[in-house]
Ligand binder design. Structure first.
Ligand code: SAJ
Length: 417
């Protein structure tokens, strides 16, 4: 079997390497020549534990190769970004480009699978795009049984956690939603090769919404924790202790507050539901607003710390610890930590220290004169205000003496717990 994976990012690359490690011939397709070159050298362009070995061995064994041009295959898997536009409208343009590039290459018996998270109706939209280009082929119709299908079309949303992708790709259950049952079964044959979890078959609309709902569930629960942090701040209560104690109830399991919700999934996917059902998705909408308000709250805490120091802003050094959207990765997409640090860089402090162990160059958006990427000790010694934004493992064990006499804003409860 030959499978082409379109998009060699956080999902496409690990999925490609895993399928290749199970003996499938995998062609990774990406528009970025640099990524293609890196993968063909057996290397990776992202930080993800265990992925480097998987890619190296698959490329070496000749089961995985990368290219910028699509080729005929038995199956096509689409793993491209599905961001939203300025008004939170889903942007399916990358999916559309991929589908329209695949369509001319399709042959009878091929399977086309959408892995990217997408709003309800997207798999059927893919079908329409392909049908328009290939009227010669017999495509399925939603929920109808066709005896002689030429092409199978399905949605199998990825559900892996960045930082634990390699393990979760194998172990997680998968939801496979077909345009028809037959389509889902064809797609399941591929996932059965490398997935040890259950591959659960449904229709494409349910698969689309289930993925969105999983991330909205988490967003709503994080919003609850974030709201508690605002209430606790007002009532002068340590929110970390509050949650630890409340969680001793056998049926309570509150998540952790933070500086906001980041990443390309949880901060994005609930909007796809809100967009499809604006009048019904009230709780989901409110949760998004609560989580999106957290960075502003952290900036207010910085203002308070400044007042407590009693010095002019231009005399104060401030350190931001962490820029990624969550611990121990190099992914900055929708990162509240990055947003906060960028806002701070415009506030006119004497010096801004950035500590981000997962990068070795300061991001371009910062003012390189007043902002410096430094190691943890230098930041702790030199800063008057320390803002912990990401609970990277390097920040867990610090010398508490280095915090004495400083204003500390611990947005992750790493030291305050
Ligand atoms: N966060 C909190 N408090 C918490 C948990 C998380 O503030 O208690 C924040 C994190 O710091 C981060 C954001 O939420 O900024 C999201 O992080 P995450 O670790 O919860 O999730 P992601 O975005 O890395 O991955 C999610 C996962 N979805 C669920 O857990 C339901 C993953 O399984 C999905 O595959 C992924 O989205 C995706 O690709 O959709």
């Amino acid at each position: 079997m030959k499978v082409s994976v379109i998009g060699l990012g956080y999902i496409g690359l690990p999925t490609s390497a895993l399928m290749a490690s199970h003996g499938i011939e995998v062609v990774g397709v990406d528009v970025n020549q640099n990524i293609v070159d890196i993968v063909n050298q057996g290397k990776i362009h992202i930080v993800e534990p265990g992925l480097d070995i998987l890619v190296r061995t698959s490329v070496k064994a000749g089961h995985l190769r990368a290219t910028i041009s699509l080729e005929k295959s038995d199956a096509f898997m689409i793993a491209v970004p599905t961001p939203f536009k300025g008004d939170h409208e889903p942007d399916l343009s990358y999916v559309e480009l991929a589908v329209k590039a695949i369509a001319p290459l399709l042959e009878k018996g091929n399977v086309v699978i959408l892995e990217s998270t997408a709003p309800v109706g997207s798999t059927e939209k893919m079908l329409e795009w392909m049908q328009a280009i290939r009227p010669d082929l017999c495509f399925p119709r939603f929920d109808e049984v066709e005896a002689d299908l030429d092409i199978s079309v399905a949605h199998c949303p990825e559900r892996v956690l960045p930082g634990n992708v390699v393990q979760e790709l194998v172990e997680n259950d998968r939801i496979i939603g077909g345009i028809t049952r037959q389509c889902a079964e064809r797609a399941r044959e591929i996932y059965n090769v490398f997935v040890e979890g259950d591959c659960l078959v449904t229709d494409c609309r349910t698969a689309e919404l289930s993925k969105l709902v999983e991330n909205a569930f988490r967003d709503v629960n994080i919003a609850f924790a974030n709201e508690l942090s605002l209430i606790s701040d007002k009532l002068d209560i340590n929110v970390w202790e509050l949650i630890r104690l409340a969680n001793r109830h056998p049926r309570v399991n509150i998540l952790q507050p933070g500086p906001g919700v980041g990443g390309h999934c949880i901060a994005v996917d609930p909007w796809f539901i809100i967009n499809s059902a604006p009048n019904e998705a009230k709780l989901i909408h409110t949760a998004r607003l609560v989580n999106d308000s957290k960075p502003q709250f952290v900036l207010e805490q910085i203002n308070r710390a400044e007042i407590a120091l009693g010095k002019e802003r231009a005399e104060i050094n401030l350190a931001c610890l962490g820029l990624a959207f969550k611990p121990d990765i190099d992914d900055f997409r929708e990162s509240p930590a990055l947003y906060i640090a960028l806002q701070v860089s415009k506030m006119g402090f004497s010096k801004q220290y950035l500590v981000e162990p997962n990068i070795n160059q300061i991001p371009i958006d910062f003012d390189h004169n007043s902002t410096e990427l430094v190691d943890l000790d230098k930041a702790l010694i030199g800063a008057d205000i320390i803002v912990l934004l990401v609970d990277h493992k390097q920040f867990k064990e610090i010398n508490p003496k280095l915090l004495l006499g400083k204003q500390v804003i611990d947005t992750r409860g790493l030291w305050s717990k």
